[in-house]
Every structure is written in C-alpha cells, then in structure tokens.
Design a protein around this ligand. Structure first.
Ligand SMILES: Nc1nc2c(c(=O)[nH]1)N[C@H]1C(S)=C(S)[C@@H](COP(=O)(O)O)O[C@H]1N2
Ligand SMILES: [Mo]
Length: 356
C-alpha cells in the first residue's frame, strides 16, 4: 500500500477538497472523538459567521420563515448518538479500481449530535398537504468537473421523504458536546439517521419543502445506483446504509504470535434495525465463530464487537473475515453487485495476517 500522510492523526485522502479518514485500527470506544472523525467535503469549506447566518424554511408551506442561530438555540433540543458512514466507504477494496475518494475502512464514525428535530421547524412552517419531500441545501458550492453536469455553480443538496424528515431528521449544532467544527458543518447540519451520510447536509442554509421528487445532481448523477425493475436498470438515489461488520484489529498484513490469544475486534452497523450477530472466520470462511457484542444495542448507531482468537501453533498466513447479521435477517453478500457502482460496498472483506 502507498505511504499515507496524516492530518491530526487522520489519513489525508485529498487536501482540496478536504477528505480525511479515521485510521480504523484506532477504534477503541463507542463514540468517535471529533478529532478522529472522518471528513468528507466536495467544495471548499464555507466560512460562515453565525451572526450573519440564517436558515430559510420555504417551499410548499403556509408560513415560510427564516431563523437565526441564536433563535435556533432557544428551541427544544435533543442529543442522540448516530453513526455516519460515507456511501463510498471501503472503496479502495474494489477491484478493478474505480473513481472516487479511495476510502479504506474509516469513512465511518459515531458521534453524539445535539440539535433541533426538523419536525419542529416543519410544524412552525405549516407544511401543505401536497408536500412530498424536503430538500436540504448546504451553503457550499462550486463548479463540477464531470462531463454530465449542469453548467455553472452547483450547491450540495439532497432530499428526504416528508415522513422521514418529520420522524428522524435532526438539525444539529453540536457534535460530542461542542459547537460543530467548520469541517463538520458549522453552524448547523442535518443528521439523517440510518442513511448513508451524503444526506446529512452540512452548512445547512435551506429547507425547501416540495410536492414532487427532487432529482438534483447529488441524487441522480451522483449518489445513486442501478436498481432493477424486472431486468430494466433504473437510477435510484442511495438511502439506507447496508449491514456491515469491519475489523479494526488486527490489521491487514499484521504479524500475530502463534498458539496465543489474539483479540479480533471491530464495529458493525445497519439501518432501521439492530445488529443481532457478528461472526468471525479465522480460516478464510471455512468455519465461523460468534463474536461477543459489546454493550447494548443503540438505534442508528454501530455496535462494537470482539472475539478471542486462539491462533494456530503452525506459522503461516491466515485469512480473517467478519460478517454481520441484523434484526431483519439481512447479512452481507460475498460477491460485489456491479449495479451498485462505486457505492454501498458491504460485501465480505477478508484480511490476511501472518501467524509467526
Ligand atoms: N453541504 C454539504 N454537506 C455534506 C457534504 C458536502 O460536501 N457538503 N458531504 C456529504 C457526505 S458525502 C458525507 S459522507 C458527510 C460527511 O460528514 P462529515 O464530514 O461530518 O464526516 O457529509 C455530507 N454532507
Ligand atoms: Mo459520503
């Protein structure tokens, strides 16, 4: 593997725009410290003065309004732990190589988010009966390079079905008990539990209620996959995170002592349900052992797990695989589904260690 540069202990996947990955081997607690949390940006980070910032709530509503930071902080707030995973997490495991940020295991993290449920703002605006979706728009913008792009400046925006917007979405101004850092969306970001994190819009400035499906760049040309209607492929926006377990330690290529107890540990997550089982194979999938799930299940957050492996007395290479199952009985595929393009990577990821 190529040499990795670090930025405050995170792996730099690109400087401009800033894309930082958590070294997943450092996973040692349920909450990811803010300084380790991965960063995904598409454009330069907007410098926002909170005293001049307004959130606009508009579209198919009876009473459109604007609210500033100070007023927002006075509203009823909640704090919830939520796991965010980039839809392209694990992309550097894909063969052949594909375009996009070459994330390893660490474009995922769990933070405690504090803010105002979007439902409170939607109620204040009085959503019209014909409303179907809510578009969330960030303040960041730029000109796109890919050929199938609208000319001119594009803003990062995504939509959520009205029901999900009302029941699940949080507008967060704090991460792990402190103001959101600029790179994580200061002053305000959306948190969309259970969905890949492209929907958790940072630097939020617009909440636009609409009566028809939104087909903006980031949910059609990008952040979409091919789904089959019978045999016909149709482009569908990415939404739910897929069930997955990742091994934090040991790491790929590590040497472990023979005839010893080695702790294999990591995290597993899913959407809309909970992790019920993580299995670990230490012989390339020939046999499986059940790992222990640590702590309690928390909705919309990952579950840490571990397994004590008694290593073989004979030296040699061993292949470790972790596999998660959730409360809907969903588990991870063995093979990659090419219809998923460069996203939703949750097939089993074997790692090789050297027993010596
Ligand atoms: N406004 C805006 N919101 C955004 C993005 C962005 O580039 N601009 N990136 C999205 C993507 S693809 C991901 S994975 C998450 C990353 O959130 P984080 O940087 O706080 O980890 O933010 C999402 N929200
Ligand atoms: Mo992402």
């Amino acid at each position: 593997m190529e040499q990795e540069t670090l930025h405050d202990g995170r792996i730099v996947r690109s400087e401009d725009p800033l894309n930082l990955e958590m070294p997943f081997s450092s996973l040692d607690q349920f909450i990811t410290p803010t300084k380790s949390f991965y960063v995904r940006t598409h454009f330069p980070i907007p410098a926002i003065d909170k005293d001049e910032w307004w959130l606009h709530v508009e579209g198919e509503v009876e009473k459109p309004f604007e609210i500033n930071y100070e007023e927002l902080l006075k509203l009823e707030s909640v704090t919830i732990p939520v796991t965010l995973e980039c839809a392209g997490n694990n992309r550097n495991f894909l063969e052949p190589k594909v375009k996009g940020v070459q994330w390893g295991l660490g474009a995922v993290g769990t933070a405690e988010w504090t803010g105002v449920p979007l439902a409170i703002l939607l109620d204040r605006a009085e959503v019209k009966p014909e409303a179907r979706e809510v578009i969330l728009e960030g303040a960041d913008e730029g000109v796109l390079e890919e050929p199938k792009r609208p000319p001119g400046i594009v803003k990062f925006a995504r939509s959520i079905p009205l029901l999900k917007a009302r029941t699940d979405v949080l507008l967060a101004y704090q991460m792990n008990g402190n103001d959101l850092p600029p790179e994580h969306g200061f002053p305000l970001r959306a948190i969309v539990p259970g969905w890949y994190a492209m929907a958790s819009i940072k630097w939020l400035q617009g909440v636009i209620v609409t009566d028809r499906p939104f087909t903006g760049y980031y949910q059609t040309m990008d952040y979409a996959f091919w789904k089959r209607r019978e045999e016909i492929a149709e482009l569908v926006p990415l939404t739910d995170m897929q069930v997955k377990a990742e091994i934090a330690q040991p790491v790929e290529g590590e040497t472990v002592p023979s005839d010893s107890n080695v702790r294999v540990h990591g995290a597993a997550w899913t959407s809309d349900g909970e992790i019920t089982k993580v299995e670990v194979s230490t012989n390339g999938g020939a046999s499986w052992n059940e790992a222990s799930l640590i702590g309690k299940a928390v909705s919309n957050a990952w579950r840490l797990w571990d397994f004590e492996w008694h290593t073989p007395s004979k030296p040699g290479k061993q292949t470790l695989i972790a596999s998660a199952t959730d409360s809907h009985g969903r588990s991870q595929p063995v093979e990659r589904d090419p219809d998923r393009g460069t996203y939703m990577i949750n097939q089993l990821l074997p790692i090789t260690v050297e027993v010596r």
